[in-house]
Design a protein. Sequence first.
Length: 187
Amino acid sequence: MLEKIEALDIQCFVFLNGLGSESFDGFWLLVTKQITWIPLFILFLYLIYKKLGLKQTLILFVFVFALLTFTDQTANFFKNTFQRLRPCNNADINTFIRVVQVRNSFSFYSGHATNSMAIVTFLFLILRKEYRFFGLFFLWPLVFAYSRIYLGLHYPIDILSGYFFGIVFSLGMYKVYKILQKRYFPL
């Protein structure tokens, strides 16, 4: 069963990765960098500050920092435990896929997908009543994580697993946030 899932994962990767072309490589290399998304992070800060004020924004920042630290370290733990080769390092497929970028770390599961989904989910849970359009920000993890497939760095299962863990961790952090907010820093 696992072999069939892995084979399907590789087929899906080869298809999605094969959609790329050299003329778009520069764009996707830009998309995959966290620094590219600084304007989005500034927008998040502005939206939070506008609705919650300075004190709550600082408190929320601490929770986001803790969430990111947890998701990132957990992703690294899984990568080092499972040690799944990235597509770019997989000798079975790296001769016929598009390898735009190479990383020597492991693939399962995507930290980019986990972190971006965790941030957006956590902020969505907090701000969904304040901003009806906030759900549109879920486009960020989709684009951000697809860049990892495009570049030859992650399989679709790595991305989907990252999304899953990002959502689960953000739901847990949201519950902790709401409990502590009610007790120690009410709005």
